[in-house]
Design a protein around this ligand. Structure first.
Ligand code: AMP
Ligand code: GLY
Length: 427
């Protein structure tokens, strides 16, 4: 099989890595890819927001499957375009992608289909939002969450303390346009207490096959402090989502969502990601994504006990498997981010990355590239999340120790690393 992967982050490196190990793969292309992906796939310099050029490439190379990594091209309709040209594609339609593309749509959808989620309101006018904030605070809520409606690369969510801060954040997004169009409309929701987990599932219409659960670490600093990021590290499996909880989340969240999308004429085919808060009352949806998680993919793929290419192709052609097998080992991925992340990272000059080969030579370690670039034979940082260093181990503790051993052999100026990935208390 000849495969084209669309994207150029850590998730796409993990997908390419998994595909390059699939016996069924005879050719692997990636657009645009990155310095790490270039070692295992032919990278083609086409950006993810150039759908016609991507479709032309798929045609010119006559690929058997296109795997779309990021959400933006799905929201823009890339899967529909490829399908209209007769290509098999792993990735959902534009209509189904609205579940991630608009948080306001996702919340209203959940309300319509009784998918459990936090109480909320949607506003594009600051005055109305302020009334809603006062109502929630008067009933006793202290913390509230403000979310930009549109895509904001994981940075559009602010947890606020009290009415004053909440109103301030709403003002920044809705009135001042700090996040551009993505934040002109906001969702304001109640703060949920509990443990967080990510559950992804392969979905085809009403059928749902869960993948192994994972746990992300979203804030930039240790102990879940500081601003939200796209994710600073992940583990899989996670003690917070055992087999029973997975079954419950499938029953109460993923299946009703898949059925609801079919009922609304937007059947889903691809991978659906539910970001869950596991509360005392059961799982509540924090967000839906319509693609593989990043960095969750960097811990799922190394645990996968299947031929990834056959698996993704099967989903693409409507042959959803009933079960997907994973190894019983644990995986931990620690992200190394550029200085300044999650702020505007282009203020940081590119830095040389050293120690990559030594880290990759360690047993049970894979270094996934995200924001990297090759320059005169050297690997340089290109901003954002630079690397995702994944290690496997027989236990969470051993995977974690190995991941940090690898991280400590790598260095670049300004690197930001959380030291507590996989280190939360699970008692
Ligand atoms: P989202 O992009 O909607 O998943 O939000 C990013 C992060 O914000 C989540 O992973 C949670 O850590 C946090 N978060 C979002 N919504 C809530 C909520 N209603 N209650 C508590 N934390 C939340
Ligand atoms: N790690 C969270 C996400 O992929 O959106």
């Amino acid at each position: 099989m000849k495969i084209l992967v669309v994207g150029g982050g850590g998730r796409e490196h993990a997908l390419c890595w998994g595909l390059s190990r699939s016996r069924s793969v005879t050719g692997l292309l990636c657009a645009p890819g990155n310095a790490g992906i270039a070692g295992i796939a032919r990278c083609v310099p086409i950006k993810i927001d150039e759908p016609t050029r991507l479709a032309d490439l798929a045609d010119a190379e006559n690929v058997d499957l296109v795997v779309v990594g990021p959400e933006a091209p799905l929201v823009a309709g890339l899967a529909d375009l490829l399908q209209s040209r007769g290509r098999a594609v792993f990735g959902c339609s534009k209509a189904a992608a609205e579940l991630e593309g608009s948080k306001a749509y996702a919340k209203a959808f959940m309300a319509r289909h009784r998918v459990p989620t936090a109480a909320f309101g949607v506003f594009s006018e600051a005055g109305e939002a302020e009334l809603f904030i006062d109502t929630l605070c008067e009933r006793g809520d202290r913390k509230l969450v403000v979310k930009a409606d549109g895509l904001a690369a994981g940075k559009g969510v602010v947890i606020c303390d009290g009415a004053e801060q909440t109103k301030l954040e709403v003002g920044k997004m809705v009135t001042d346009g700090h996040l551009g169009d993505a934040g002109r409309r906001v969702v304001i929701e109640e703060f949920l207490e509990g443990r967080e987990a990510s559950l992804m599932a392969l979905v085809d219409g009403e059928r749902v096959t869960p993948l192994a659960p994972a746990e992300d670490h979203k804030t930039i600093f240790d102990s879940d402090r500081g601003p939200m990021t796209g994710g600073m590290g992940a583990i899989s499996p996670t003690p917070v989502l055992d087999d029973l909880s997975v079954a419950r989340a499938v029953r109460e969240v993923l299946e009703p969502t898949a059925r609801g999308l079919v009922a609304e004429g937007r059947p889903f085919r691809g991978v659906l990601y539910a970001g869950l808060m596991l509360t005392r009352e059961g799982p509540r949806v924090l967000e839906f994504n319509v693609r593989f998680g990043d960095p969750e993919t960097q811990v799922l793929i190394p645990r996968l006990d299947e031929d990834l290419a056959l698996l993704l192709h099967a989903v693409a052609i409507g042959e959803l498997p009933e079960r997907v097998r994973f190894s019983s080992r644990s995986a931990v991925c620690v992200v190394m981010a550029a200085g300044g992340y999650p702020g505007p990272s282009d203020v940081q000059p590119p830095a040389v990355i050293s120690g990559l080969e030594r880290a990759a030579a360690l047993a049970d370690v894979v270094v996934f590239h995200a924001g990297t670039r090759s320059e005169e034979g050297r690997v340089m940082t290109a901003g954002g999340r630079v690397l995702g260093v994944t290690a496997l181990g027989d236990t969470l503790a051993s995977a974690r120790a190995r991941a940090y051993q690898a991280v400590d052999t790598i260095s670049f100026a300004g690197a930001q690393v959380r030291r507590d990935i996989g280190g939360r208390s699970y008692t």
